[in-house]
Write a protein that binds this ligand. Structure first.
Ligand code: PMT
Length: 398
């Protein structure tokens, strides 16, 4: 995602400057080129040498020192940036930015850049909550600058509250989302379902399946990073929802998923139903725990609504993608679902194959298109498969 992107990272004088060292490492690992500019007070917290070693670039600290290479002159740097990150951003630099002050290399370059700017505030909670700082942050946002919310917790100054520097991994995710805003799925609205459903039997038991949600969450994450607006409807999982979702709706039962899907369906361009929805639910939910008695227990099940089938009946201009989890007659069963549910294509995984289906990080699928084409994809990470699926969605959208 960040391959060959040029990131200018401004490091200002806060204790969280040491966390930006890890940020540089992650940015480099994601393929970005990183140029660090440090303010004078930033250099008091971490030495420029540390950033220089990790970024593999000389660090700029002084406006008037002869640059090591001519192109690091401030306007050239401002032009070259794909993204301009200020992390950590002190109340002082935020105030200067809001006022348009350019009195050192960092603020001068900032004022000259047309790149997207991300500010990561990190400071004492009282400084952060000070109405002057809040006004300055509001001013930056008004000018289209992305200001991340600091996290809450114990602060280096001994206080507890809002002001903590987020995990560097989270900042990198934000960068991907912001850079992806002009991607090939720009402004397309997606509804993605993920995870299992959970059908209660009594207050302690339920019927479910092995879906972890990884496939659906990967689809949501990659769609966002390509510019889509994504609504994710998820059954119970242990996953953290991707950054940048338009809406995140948690459901338990197939019926709840049905209601949520129907609420949003009319206003989306694409539906991808990767959730593993229970076909049946107990006819009656017992309000008290079922006691152990006799050798057998019979549960009466009733059919759940087939959400995807219903969408297929109603669809007109939207792109509709289904998944099929099969153990036998894989292609034929998927073919049947493709037709019966009136889909554009269906992604089928054979649950008997090692590395395919539930819970793992990889999947092996066939994609069956409505025109009869069948593509067999090799084993790959669910994240990479998500992009493969989105590449195909794009073709149906055009
Ligand atoms: O979540 P992971 O651990 O990453 O695992 C990924 C996965 C195996 C769950 C995923 O790749 C997958 O195959 N999802 C679909 C599972 C499934 O329910 O398949 P199905 O063949 O039973 O259903 C076919 C399609 O109809 C699916 O798109 C399903 O969402 C939809 N359906 C099914 C039943 C129902 N009542 N309503 C539905 O909408």
């Amino acid at each position: 995602m960040l391959k060959d992107k040029f990131v200018v990272l401004g490091v200002t004088g806060g204790i969280a400057a040491y966390k930006s060292v890890e940020l540089v490492r992650l940015l480099k690992k994601s393929g970005a080129q990183v140029q660090v500019i440090m303010t004078k007070s930033g250099c008091e917290f971490v030495t420029p040498l540390t950033f220089q070693v990790l970024s593999q670039n000389p660090v700029i600290t002084d406006m008037f020192k002869e640059p090591p290479r001519w192109e690091v002159e401030h306007v050239a740097l401002a032009d070259k940036a794909d993204i301009f990150l200020i992390a950590p951003a002190t109340a002082n630099v935020i105030a200067k930015m809001a006022a348009g002050i350019a009195d050192d290399m960092l603020t001068t370059t900032l004022l000259a850049t047309k790149a997207k700017i991300i500010v990561v505030p990190s400071m004492n909670v009282n400084m952060y909550e000070n109405p002057i700082t809040q006004r300055n942050i509001a001013t930056l946002r008004k000018f289209g600058i992305f200001v991340l919310e600091p996290e809450e917790g114990d602060l280096a100054c001994g206080y507890s509250g809002k002001g903590r520097f987020p995990e560097p991994r989270i900042i990198v995710e934000h960068i991907k989302v912001i850079l992806g805003k002009d991607g090939d799925l720009k402004d397309k609205r997606f509804l993605i379902t993920a995870g299992p459903t959970r059908e209660p039997i009594d207050p302690v038991r339920f019927i479910t399946n092995h879906s972890s949600g990884k496939m659906g969450y990967a689809l949501a994450e990659k769609a966002i990073q390509r510019g889509a607006r994504v609504i994710l409807i998820s059954g119970p999982t242990n996953l953290t929802p991707p950054i940048g979702l338009e809406e995140f709706i948690c459901i338990n039962t197939a019926e709840e998923m049905y209601n949520a899907v129907m609420k949003y369906y009319a206003d989306v361009d694409v539906v991808i139903k990767s959730a593993a929805v229970a076909d049946y639910a107990p006819e009656e939910i017992k309000h008290k725990k079922i006691k152990k008695q006799g050798l057998n227990l019979t549960l009466e099940l009733k059919k759940n609504p087939d959400i995807l089938q219903e969408l297929g009946n109603k669809k007109e201009t939207q792109v509709l993608i289904g998944f099929a989890a099969e153990t036998d007659n894989v292609t034929a069963n998927a073919q049947d679902k493709l037709k019966r549910k009136n889909l554009d294509f269906i992604v089928v995984n054979d649950l008997t194959e090692a590395g395919a289906g539930f819970a793992g990080d990889t999947n092996i699928v066939k994609i069956l298109h409505r025109d009869g084409r069948i593509e067999s994809l090799p084993k790959m990470l669910k994240r990479d498969l998500a992009n493969e699926i989105l590449d195909r969605v794009l073709l149906y959208l055009q």
